[in-house]
Write a protein that binds this ligand. Structure first.
Ligand code: HEM
Ligand SMILES: N[C@@H](CC(=O)c1ccccc1NC=O)C(=O)O
Length: 281
């Protein structure tokens, strides 16, 4: 932030350093922007909790994306130790957003219902950062893009992320570079097509897990992925249970069946082979 070009225009006069020296806490953190963005649509006391929980979750999602994208770059360069640091951080953040459900669970059905109508058709279903995380983890469901069709700028960002290789794709490429016989259809696949389980990928991970000492980096990478998927599923589960606790089986404002939809999403796996091999090891 401090290196922002706006402030780095006169290096001779050291304007940037001067600015940094005089800068206050709230200027650096843009607290005016962040703390003036909680606009309740009702005068119900608990709507503040609802807004803050979402905003906090979105901020953490921003950091998750930052870390995952960096981890993807690191894996592409076979820089595994840096990737481990990024991915370990992702899991810790996931832990934070899961804990947020404890706070939201203090909201009762009677309290929520008082401002639910004010939310109209808005829903977490539309969270584009959540979708960018799903894409970066390789979960590409084509109908999801349609949600954003009306916003051309956002649509372009999401479409690009949709077609880009995800975390699992670059790990599979690393397996191929390490000499594992990965089917060429997988290595050169169209990344905008949902990933389907593959036998050559499964065999490669099996070998990695059976020869941990030899393939320690790939093994550690796989275990970081399992951590992330595990936490992701726990987030989905806590969301589903919190929703059931607050709205029961009412349908969702986003147009879905509600809890039944959220339960169905729990069946999805990001890294299927890493779960499958556990039965066979
Ligand atoms: C009172 C609290 C909440 C209720 C009742 C609720 C309800 C729902 C429902 C019913 C859906 C399904 C889509 C729909 O038809 O609307 C959904 C989706 C979603 N919600 Fe929430 N939610 C709550 C809090 C949160 C919070 C705090 C977050 C954090 C950002 C969140 C993020 C999401 C996301 C990302 C989806 C899409 C899930 C997917 O498609 O797999 N929700 N929510
Ligand atoms: N889908 C929720 C509404 C909801 O939770 C929501 C509404 C606006 C902004 C974020 C939301 N959070 C998660 O879905 C419901 O059906 O009550």
């Amino acid at each position: 932030m401090v290196n922002n070009k706006e402030f780095a225009y006169d290096s001779e006069r050291n304007i940037q350093t001067d600015f940094a020296r005089n800068m206050t806490y709230e200027e650096y953190l843009k607290l005016d922007d962040i703390l003036s963005a909680q606009h309740r649509l009702s005068d119900h006391h608990d709507e503040m909790l609802f807004i803050v929980i979402h905003q906090v979750s979105e901020l953490w999602m921003k950091l998750i994306l930052h870390e995952i994208h960096s981890a993807i770059d690191c894996i592409r360069q076979d820089d595994f130790s840096s990737a481990f640091k990024r991915l370990a951080r992702v899991s810790k953040i996931q832990n934070q957003i899961i804990s947020a459900w404890d706070v939201l669970s203090t909201l009762t059905p009677a309290e929520y219902i008082e401002f639910r109508d004010a939310l109209g058709q808005a829903s977490g279903f539309q969270s584009y950062q959540y979708r960018l995380i799903e894409f970066a983890l390789g979960y590409k469901t084509p109908h999801i893009l349609k949600i954003y069709q009306k916003n051309s700028e956002l649509y372009a960002v999401l479409k690009e992320a949709f077609g880009a290789p995800g975390l699992y794709d670059v790990a599979i490429q690393a397996l191929a570079r390490a000499g594992f016989p990965i089917s060429s259809e997988i290595v050169e696949r169209d990344f905008s097509i949902p990933y389907n389980e593959d036998e050559s990928v499964k065999n490669a991970w099996m070998k990695v897990y059976q020869n941990v000492d030899k393939y320690w980096e790939l093994y550690e990478l796989a275990e970081k992925f399992v951590d992330i998927e595990d936490w992701f599923q726990q987030w989905r589960f806590r969301h589903m249970k919190t929703v059931e606790r607050i709205i029961g089986f009412k349908s969702g404002t986003g147009g879905s069946s509600g809890v039944s939809y959220l339960k169905k999403v729990l069946d999805h796996r990001f890294f299927p082979e890493l779960w499958e091999i556990r039965t066979e090891l």
